[in-house]
Write a protein that binds this ligand. Structure first.
Ligand SMILES: [Zn+2]
Length: 525
């Protein structure tokens, strides 16, 4: 079972962080003043859908006293399992979701069949357009009393004012490192995974404010029964903190040859350059906070005691304007890395230049000493090298340039290169989905979406189930390094029946049920 589903909060109390959201829902519930339509806004992975399901259980729980929802009565259990027909989850990003919303006005009149209230949960509601929004608006204008709407969005600025004026808005915040750490610790304890404090914090930071990612990372490492920060760094391909720190020390001592030497050492161990760059930036950012007297408030909680002390020590050897200069330099190298055929070169230049930073920042106050001159020559040499690289692209470079101008082709290539990895990852969680992916192809790849072409309509329905989409979206997001939505398209049916039998063999209840449903309805028609 995917850990994230397993550790979804089941009561408001279990929800970590989100105090404002919790308070306003709880007080409205106790006063029996829940709104008929809510809009949950906030970044991905912050608990919007989990809270929507909790709310669906709260209004339908059969328990008379004690904790509501009880998570034990029939209503609660069926909602948790996702089998209750009166809790309708739609994904506005999928074709099916849009169809469902268009049909809303017909289905909404029907009373709930087993629950007190029918709950419509519409995820990614900002993806709706035109008549789907209008259909939704009509139902929000005069909602039947047996219905509650919970709309969720990551992009509230895209929601029309007409909708906003008819819903009660609840905001969800990004997870803080401390909150994400709390969740990781809880899940690790329940999974009987031993994980040290340092590793928890590294994972939590890496999650960048998403509870879902925090648990996803833990999940990726869950084959280890004991996790330390070394496993985390290797498993997630991040730079090692002590090595990052060593690099920064060499920079503070202005030893550019040491910097190049250490950089080389790290590259030999197979570290990903982008990860290394990001971990340098992360440490420098923390140093910047420390330099500005905010270390105790913001940096301490995100690090172990030892690490925090090391950061403070290194911070003492830099001036604030030096730190800013180095950060800017490294940022620029991230950009340049896209256009050079020696990927490490821009970072090398940025770090060598950073060694001469005092001179650059204070050139008006100081005259050049001879060792400064020496450094000047070194960084000049490297700079000339990169200018050759960037300025006069050879054929191979032109290709790279074209690719990065057109995200579609380079992204498609990225996916193609890692197709086996995608299949393996999917297979680990969902055997039958992997079989299905084998018979599908990637049709297009946009800034925020990947379109998967499948041969059969029931393939499409399986892919568009929340379970499959969650999994595929997190895999594609990982590979492309940005948030990706999965959409589906129906292609030509293949002649051979092989793929179909793959699906039928798969022992997945949901798939068998959907397949049977489709085949039966096709037979009847
Ligand atoms: Zn209950």
């Amino acid at each position: 079972m995917v850990l994230y589903r397993k550790y979804r909060s089941q009561t408001l109390d279990e929800l970590i962080g989100q105090q404002t959201a919790k308070n306003s829902l709880l007080s409205a519930f106790k006063a029996q003043k829940l709104a008929h339509a809510y809009l949950f806004c906030g970044p991905r992975g912050t608990g919007k859908t989990s809270t929507a399901r909790i709310l669906a259980k709260m209004v339908n729980c059969e328990a008379k006293e004690g904790v509501i929802p009880c998570n034990r009565c029939d209503a609660c259990l069926s909602i948790t399992q996702g089998t209750n027909m009166d809790v309708i989850e739609m994904d506005a990003a999928s074709n099916r979701g849009i169809e469902d919303i268009r049909n809303l006005k017909d289905t909404i009149k029907l009373a709930a069949s087993s629950l007190k209230k029918k709950v419509y949960i519409i995820d990614e509601v900002h993806m709706l357009s035109g008549d789907a929004f209008n259909a939704l608006l009509k139902t929000l204008e005069e909602p039947p009393s047996h219905v509650i709407f919970i709309l969720a969005t990551t992009e509230v600025q895209k929601i029309p004012a007409t909708i906003l004026s008819r819903v009660t808005r609840i905001d969800f915040k990004q997870a803080t490192v401390t909150e994400a750490a709390e969740l990781i610790k809880k899940a690790a304890a329940l999974e009987e995974i031993e994980i040290d404090e340092e590793a928890v914090l590294t994972l939590a930071k890496k999650a960048g404010g998403s509870f879902r990612d925090a648990i996803k990372f833990l999940d990726q490492l869950s084959s280890f029964k004991k996790i330390d920060s070394k496993i985390v760094l290797e498993g997630l391909g991040s730079g090692d903190f002590s090595q990052t720190l060593n690099l920064l020390k060499s920079i503070s001592l202005k030893k550019s040859s040491d910097v190049l030497d250490k950089l080389n050492e790290q590259i030999q161990t197979g570290i990903n350059i982008k990860e290394l760059t990001l971990s340098l930036l992360d440490s420098l950012r923390q140093i910047l906070y420390i330099k500005n007297g905010l270390g105790e408030r913001f940096v301490k909680a995100e690090n172990s005691e030892e690490k925090y002390q090391q950061l403070c020590d290194i911070a003492a050897s830099f001036e604030t304007d030096q730190v800013v200069f180095i950060i800017n330099n490294i940022q620029t190298s991230l950009e340049q890395a896209r256009y050079t055929s020696i990927p490490i070169l821009p970072l090398e230049i940025a770090l060598v230049e950073s060694c001469g930073v005092e001179k650059q920042v204070r050139s008006d106050k100081q005259s050049l000493r001879s060792d400064d001159l020496q450094q000047e020559t070194e960084s000049q040499k490297v700079r000339e090298l990169v200018e050759q690289q960037v300025g006069e692209p050879e054929i191979a470079d032109t290709q790279t340039l074209q690719d990065s101008d057109n995200p579609d082709s380079s992204d498609l290539q990225k996916i193609a290169e890692r197709w086996n990895y995608i299949l393996e990852t999917v297979k680990a969680y969902n055997f039958s989905l992997e079989a299905l992916m084998r018979s599908s192809k990637i049709l297009e790849c946009g800034e925020s979406s990947v379109v998967v072409e499948v041969p059969y309509a029931f393939h499409q329905r399986i892919l568009e189930s929340a379970k499959s989409r969650d999994l595929l979206e997190s895999v594609f997001s990982d590979i492309l390094g940005r948030q990706i939505k999965v959409a589906t398209a129906l292609g030509k049916r293949p002649v051979q029946r092989e793929e179909v039998s793959n699906i039928e063999v798969a022992a997945d209840d949901e798939i068998v049920r959907i397949a049977a449903e489709i085949f039966n309805s096709e037979t009847i028609n």
